[in-house]
Design a protein around this ligand. Structure first.
Ligand code: NAP
Length: 276
């Protein structure tokens, strides 16, 4: 019996069990994917889950807010992506070692290319400077992009940039305000929302500053995937731009985690159908 799980808090409405159930079915494997609520600060429960991985009682573990960083000191090794981003979302065992990886970054890039290619340039504006913004920045830096991080908290944007010292020249930080962004829009090929603004239950709001037009040739990627069409995506469509939510990224990061745990690749369409 294969056992996977997701450690985080809170975990209501997670789509991961449905995605991994579809992956297991597709591979004719018997298993389950459980939601494992672990409140902030409960390091003992995190250690207990890792012990279950070490003994083989569990095959793989996903990690989400608030444990993507707190999990790191409990692991034996980090993948290069997890090390660069400073956060893990997938844990697997190799030769008895607990390895933390980050499949959000390659999951984002894979879905970006699947959903919004071709893009009209290599300059991106990222809204937000939290955990998922770091994964997006890592992915885009690896794909030769120039990045502007727009955050309401400039100190957080600075901290994000310092996470990538070798690429400091390719990351700018600005305040997330219409009058500051207006002169920076020309030439932007991509806008990414990495804030939770627009996420259920507050579905009537957009992270895009009121009254600001969109960059003329940009595509818009909203990491928020609940609701299926966010206000930001609607605004971008109304402006004639291509725009998607992050459901595809969720599916891609899950597919990559499943492959790390089982060695089996599952077609995107099979997993996407499970949540669409
Ligand atoms: P996080 O670490 O909490 O970061 C959120 C960022 O958004 C912070 O910079 C925060 O700034 C900013 N922010 C929050 N409210 C804001 C507001 N009203 N106006 C401007 N900025 C605001 O969260 P995260 O892990 O990056 O997740 C962000 C979103 O991405 C969530 O909705 C999450 O579900 C989604 N996500 C999707 C996927 C996927 O697979 N599609 C993967 C990961 C995350 P402050 O610190 O000032 O609050």
């Amino acid at each position: 019996m294969i056992r996977f799980g997701l450690a985080g808090y809170p975990l209501a409405h997670s789509l991961s069990p449905a995605i991994h159930a579809a992956a297991l079915r597709h591979c004719d494997l018997v298993g389950e994917y459980s939601l494992l609520p672990v409140p902030p600060g409960d390091t003992q429960s995190l250690s207990d889950l890792l012990a279950r991985l070490r003994t083989g009682e569990m095959t793989g573990l996903n990690v989400t807010i608030p444990h993507k960083q707190t999990m790191i000191p409990l692991l034996d090794e980090l993948s290069p992506a997890a090390k660069a981003i400073g956060a893990v979302n997938t844990i697997y065992v190799r030769d008895g070692w607990l390895i933390g990886d980050n499949t959000d970054a390659p999951g984002f890039l894979a879905d970006l290319k699947r959903s919004l290619n071709p893009l009209d340039g290599h300059s991106a504006l990222i809204l937000g400077a939290g955990g998922s913004a770091r994964a997006v920045v890592h992915a885009l830096l690896g794909d030769d992009w120039q990045i502007t991080v727009a955050a309401r908290n400039m100190e957080q944007a600075m901290v994000l940039s310092r996470q990538f010292p070798e690429d400091a020249g390719r990351i700018a930080q600005v305040e997330l305000q219409g009058k500051i962004l207006a002169p920076l829009l020309s030439g932007q090929a991509l806008v990414v929302n990495a804030t939770p603004v627009g996420m259920s239950p507050d579905v009537d709001v957009s992270p895009w500053p009121t009254g600001l037009g969109f960059p003329e040739h940009a595509a818009v990627y909203d990491l928020v995937y609940n609701p299926r069409e966010t206000v930001l995506v609607c605004q971008a469509h109304r402006a004639g731009l291509r725009a998607v939510t992050g459901l595809g990224m969720l599916v891609e990061q899950a597919a990559l985690a499943f492959e790390l745990w089982t060695g089996r690749a599952v077609p995107h369409e099979v997993l996407f159908a499970a949540v669409n």
